[in-house]
Design a protein around this ligand. Structure first.
Ligand code: NAD
Ligand code: LMR
Length: 343
């Protein structure tokens, strides 16, 4: 099986006395944008999950070959392909989790916000279909700019009377995956043991890795903190430049999305040890209605927004948190305004 298990913060793991009985449930997962650069490897990883019994693949193009190819893997998930707007209802019906990597990726020189004009409408329309056909599903938004597309999704769900903040997530796991990889390499630590909380949002300076809260505890010089923080923030651009016009991160993103999917499914399945950083509605930072921080995942999605990693920040982290607030707020407001003005 996949080794994508989320790590348990140690303090929590030892403080639990009663462990809920976890089932070995099987879940229906729909991927919208499944034939794309992220969609294809993500679909493969989802097909490998023992928790997935049905895998529905939707895209506006190229779904048939991807479905035929994947369906030959001898794992339990039954794969079905759907294409064209009329097929969305069938794709979504009964889905437990809907993952959305549909939309255009960056080219060199672009910011994630430059994708807003195209991706905002794509996410709005797909989430409207989710509200109609899978109103109880967990929704994982990957399409950029995540800082705005998640508020867009929330507004659409609200308009449809189908909004449950516990069930809507911006996937920011790639920031955590990168932070873990870069810190392990810099400090010579076993990578599987490293866990760095990454909070804020998912664009440039709104991405805030909390190196002072990294596990295992490691000492960083001020220079190391600045260098690592910059590298984690710019990692998406690193890949965009390496791909030189052919898109952005796909393989590492599929890996990160699969880790977050597996975590969500384990939460649905009743496991009591599932924690991930993700961009959700919260009051952890009162002026920011959406914020990425560590949450506990459970049978209904977000069981608890922790945010305890925000206590006792270093001066550098506290300054960076202040600095990101107006930037993230502007992206949130832009998403909300988009839906309100385009009804
Ligand atoms: P891609 O162009 O390779 O694939 C996108 C897919 O979406 C295509 O197959 C396309 O046909 C499909 N699509 C477009 N409009 C659609 C619609 N209305 N309905 C269904 N499918 C539709 O792009 P990619 O590299 O897979 O990236 C997808 C998105 O993910 C981009 O917006 C990118 O910026 C974002 N992304 C986010 C993260 C993150 O950390 N959250 C990381 C990497 C990429
Ligand atoms: C990433 O972090 O790799 C993604 O958000 C894609 C991008 O545009 O950088």
């Amino acid at each position: 099986s996949l080794t994508l298990r989320p790590r348990v913060p140690r303090s929590r793991a030892v403080s639990r006395v009663v462990v809920a009985q976890a089932g070995s449930g099987s879940y229906k997962v729909a991927i919208l944008g499944a034939a794309g650069g992220i969609g294809q490897p993500l679909s493969l990883l989802a097909k490998m999950s023992p928790l997935v019994s049905a895998l529905h693949l939707y895209d506006i193009a190229n779904v048939e070959p991807v479905t035929a190819d994947l369906s030959h893997c001898n794992t339990p998930a039954q794969v079905a392909g759907f294409t064209g707007k009329d097929a969305l209802a069938g794709c979504l019906s009964g889905a437990d989790v809907v993952v959305i990597p549909a939309g255009v990726p960056r080219k060199p020189g672009m910011t994630r916000d430059d994708l807003f004009s195209v991706n905002a409408g794509i996410v709005r329309d797909l989430v409207a279909a989710v509200a109609d056909h899978a109103p109880g599903a967990l929704v994982h938004v990957i399409s950029n700019p995540v800082n705005s597309t998640v508020p867009i999704a929330a507004e659409v769900l609200k308009q449809k009377g189908a909004y449950d903040p516990r069930r809507l997530f911006g996937v920011t796991t790639l920031g955590v995956v990168r932070a873990n990889a870069f810190v392990a390499a810099r400090k010579g630590l076993p990578v599987a043991e490293v866990d760095v909380p990454v909070v804020g949002g998912h664009a440039a300076a709104t991405i805030l890795p909390l190196l002072s809260k990294a596990r295992p505890k490691a000492a960083f010089t001020d220079e190391e903190v600045e260098e690592l923080t910059a590298r984690i923030r710019d990692a998406g651009t690193e890949v965009v430049e390496a791909k030189a016009g052919a898109g952005s991160a796909t393989l590492s993103m599929a890996y990160a999305a699969a880790r977050f999917l597996e975590a969500s499914l384990r939460g649905l399945d009743g496991h009591d040890d599932v924690y991930e950083c993700t961009y959700v509605q919260s009051q952890v930072v009162p002026e920011l209605p959406f914020f990425a921080c560590r949450v506990k995942l459970g049978r209904d999605g977000v069981e608890e927004v922790l945010g305890s990693e925000l206590r006792g920040l270093t001066d550098y982290e506290a300054r960076e948190l202040e600095d990101l607030k107006p930037k993230l707020k502007a992206s949130i407001d832009k998403g909300i305004a988009y839906v309100q003005q385009n009804q």
